[in-house]
Structures are given as C-alpha cells and as structure tokens.
Design a protein around this ligand. Structure first.
Ligand SMILES: [Mg+2]
Length: 328
C-alpha cells in the first residue's frame, strides 16, 4: 500500500514538473537545445546561416522545414510548395549576402500522393533554384503521414562582405527592402486565391549580394518571422536599440491602419531589414536594388529600446512575430 502511494505521489510530481514545448515556445526551446550543443557559447549561434571558415570566404549553411499543417494551405499546387520551401532557405543565404551554391532536400511524403503532384513539387524547387543561381545537389525521400519537406541551402560569401545580425551602431539608418502586406490577404480570407501571394516568396538574393558588396551595411536579417521579431533579433545581437517611423514603413496599397499594425508582426514576408552607415549611403542606389525598392524606416539608437513613432506618438514595438509551438 505504501509503495503504491509513493508511486502515485511521484507520478503526480512528474505531471506537475513537466514543461511542454507549447508552454516554452520556439525561442526558449532553441536556447534549451543550445545548452547541449554549445554549453560554452562558442558556436556564436544566432545568425541566419551557420558559417564555416574557408580562408578568404565563408561557406554558409542553413536549413528550414515546412509541413502540411503549419505551412501548406489546403488546395496549394505542388509547384508552389516546391518554390516556397526553396525560397525560404535561399532567403537566409540572401540575408548574409551569400551566393547560393546548391541545395539538399529531405522529403516526407504520403504513399497516396499522385506522382504528377510530386513532379510539380520538383519543378517548383528546380525553378526557384535556377532563378537564384542554385541547383539541387541531392536529398532523401521517406514515407510520412503528411507532406513535410526540409530544405538545406549552401552558399559562399567573401569575408569582407558578409552581413551579420550584429554590427549596427547608434546613428546608423534602418532600411527595408520591398513592402509589407503581401501575406495579409490570405491571413484575412483564407481564400485559395491568396495562397499564391502567401507562398510565392521572392528571396532577395541579388539584393543581398549588392548590399553586402556596397560596404555600407552594418547588419542584416530577413523578415521570416515578421518585422517586430526581426528588429528585436538585431537589437539583441547588436546590443543597441531602434526608433522606427511608422509613416515611412512601405506597405502594399489599400491597407487600413489596423491592417498595417498587423503587418508589423506578420511572419513570412521575407524582405531584408538592414542597417547602414549614414556616411556611406551613396553606395546604396536610391533607385533600388535589382528592381526592388529600398526604404529608410528609422535609425539605430544607444538605448535598449524598440520604439515606433506615428505622428507625435512614440510606442514600444513589442516582439510579437510568429513563434512555433505556440502557433502564433
Ligand atoms: Mg532568417
């Protein structure tokens, strides 16, 4: 009886002390993983790609996974799935100014998938690779209950050119490529029509290379989890703060004020957010990069803050971008 009671009490203890990923969120889960992989903090984890020192250059390596439940709306065509998983990986190479070398893919696929659908996925992968100077180097296929695809991208960047999340200094100007809001339609309507703009991501590969070679950029990140989350990443990496100007942030046309506020935290935009030395702005063409406009949206400050001003109002921009495991 006593033994049974002890077992019962210890099982209660286990239930009470268990922390699940849904409570922690993705960021805390990654920190927990790094306690094992990098107990001394030597790996300098925290940039968009891992870097391998090759002498005059760095080999960049990054991996990103999509799965049917969280990334692929019902009715998405195969080509778009292939394009999307390729583009989001290349976006990380772009944010560090890299030249893509090639990609590897691990495909988890249901056994009842139509072979023509898989053919479409492969064409989307191939088209996105070719559009950005990459090619498929290899991969793996396995049976899975739902579609799950992991891409791995490799790239090269000169040591003098590389753009990292750290490096911004007070007084630097903050810029954004393109405009925000292309994803909002799907989030609002969940309509099949809007899947195209949700997943037809354009990784800013050429733009990233031009920025890296301009000599003006002091830090850079892509917006995979939303503008607010990316600004906070730069703040933590650079130990600096930001003052952004809401009126300067470029949005697609036809958005209400409420929509614009939502777009500040919307994941999946994949534009580049970067800081630049105000004395070297002449090397960033005011007409844009490779046809993509570049807009100043604020400045780097000495304080440990992220403020966004709108008219006479100055409010804190909280880190409220997308976080996996919490589903937001
Ligand atoms: Mg990224």
């Amino acid at each position: 009886m006593f033994a049974r009671l002890t077992n019962y009490l210890s099982s209660i203890h286990i239930i009470q002390s268990m922390t699940i990923l849904g409570d922690m969120g993705e960021k805390q889960a990654i920190l927990k993983l790094m306690e094992t992989f990098d107990p001394d903090g030597q790996m300098l984890i925290g940039d968009d790609c891992a870097m391998v020192d090759l002498g005059k250059e760095y080999l960049l390596a990054t991996t990103d996974m999509i799965n049917q439940r969280t990334h692929i709306p019902e009715g998405t065509r195969g080509w778009l799935i292939g394009w999307y998983v390729t583009a989001i990986n290349l976006s990380d190479i772009a944010s560090m100014g890299g030249f893509p070398l090639g990609m590897l893919f691990a495909l988890g696929l249901p056994s009842d998938m139509d072979i023509d659908f898989l053919d479409d996925i492969s064409k989307g992968i191939d088209d996105c690779c070719k559009a950005h100077g990459a090619r498929v180097l290899g991969g793996d296929t396995k049976e899975n209950d739902t579609i799950s695809i992991t891409g791995t991208a490799l790239g090269l960047v000169g040591k003098n050119d590389i753009m990292k999340r750290s490096g911004a200094k007070p007084g630097d100007i903050v810029f954004l490529t393109g405009e925000l809001g292309s994803q909002l339609g799907w989030y609002k309507t969940k309509a099949e029509l809007d899947i195209e703009s949700l997943l037809r991501v354009q990784p800013r590969v050429r733009e990233g290379q031009m920025l890296a070679q301009s000599g003006a950029v002091t830090s850079c990140i892509d917006l995979s989890d939303g503008l607010s989350t990316s600004v906070h990443h730069l703040k933590r990496s650079g130990k600096i703060g930001f003052e952004l100007d809401m009126e300067s942030i470029p949005f697609i046309g036809g958005l209400s004020d409420e929509d614009r506020q939502k777009c500040l935290h919307l994941g999946g935009e994949f534009e580049l957010l970067f800081t630049a030395d105000p004395n070297k702005l002449g090397s960033i063409p005011s007409t844009g990069l490779a046809g993509t406009k570049v807009t100043p949206i604020g400045r780097v400050v000495d304080d440990n803050i992220v403020h966004i001003s709108s008219g006479s109002q100055h409010i804190t921009l909280e880190d409220k971008g997308y976080e996996h495991f919490r589903g937001r």
